[in-house]
Ligand binder design. Sequence first.
Ligand SMILES: [Zn+2]
Length: 302
Amino acid sequence: MDLPHDQPRDAPDGRMPGRMPGRTHGRTHGRTHGRMYDWMYDSHVHLSDPEFAPVIGGMLRCMSRTRVMSCCVSTDAASSARTLALARSSPLVIPFVGVHPDSAAEGPDGALEIAADPLVAGIGEVGLDPAYPRDGQLATFRAMLEAAARLDVPVSVHSRNSLDEVLDVAASYGVRVLLHWFDGSRRQLARAMELGMYVSYGPASVRAAGRMSTARRADPGLILAETDGPVRFRGCFGGRPGGPHLVPSVIAGLAGALGRGFADAAALLGRNTRRYLGARYNTPPPATPRSEQDPPALGRGA
Ligand SMILES: [Zn+2]
C-alpha cells in the first residue's frame, strides 16, 4: 500500500504511535513542516557505522519525519557493502562508497568492485591524512577519484592537514568535490572556490562561531551542511553522537553566519546539495520509502 511519505506505516489513520486517539497534531505538523522546508540534507554522515546499528531504524524514521536525506559515506570495502545494503532499504540514504585514508592499506579494489553497482551515488570518504600511515594513501585516493570521474558521481573528501595536496591532486580529475569538514585558511578557501569545489560545515562549526568565518567568505552556492556522525560533539551537543538529527541545528548555525533566515538557508543548501549530487537527485525521493521499518541488520565488519 502506498502511503504519503510523512505518514508512519504503523499509524494508518495518521496518528503518531502512542498518541491518544483523535489527536492528529503529529500528522498535520509533518505535512506543514514538509511544505515549509522541503528536504534538508546531511552531506556527510557514516550511517553504516556499527555505532548506529542499534538505532538505525529509529534514525531512518526520524529522517523521514524531519525530511532529511543523508549522503552515507563509507570508510572501507566492508562499510561500503553495509552502506549499499542500507540504501537498498531506504531512498533517504544516498550511498557513497570509499576507502578512508586510515584504511588505505587495504587498497581500492574491494570498494571499486562495490562502486560498480548502479545504486552507488558517490565516492567517499576518500582523501589524504598525514596522521595515518602514508603507504597506499595517494594511490588509493587517485583510484577513487578516477572511479568518480568514470561514473560521473560526486566525491566526499577528507583533507585534514592535507588540504593543499588534496586540492592539487583532485583538481585534475574534473569531478564534483566536497571538502568535508572544511577547516582551511582564507587562501585555501579562495582556491577551493576557484576550482568550484564545495565546502561543508558541521556541528563543530555551530559550536565554535569563529569557524563559520570562512563560510561567510565562501560562494553561497558551494556551501553544504554535514554532521559526520557518529562523531561526537561537545558544548551544546553534550558529547552525544552526531547524525542527521543535528542537521536542522547546523542549518540554523549556517543561516546565522550567512545572514539568512532558516527556511532561506535550508532551501539554498538543498539546492546546492542536489547540484553536487547530480541529475539523479534533482527530483524528490519516491513518495513511499522502500522500507522505513525494517532496515537490514548492520554487523561489525565483514
Ligand atoms: Zn567522515
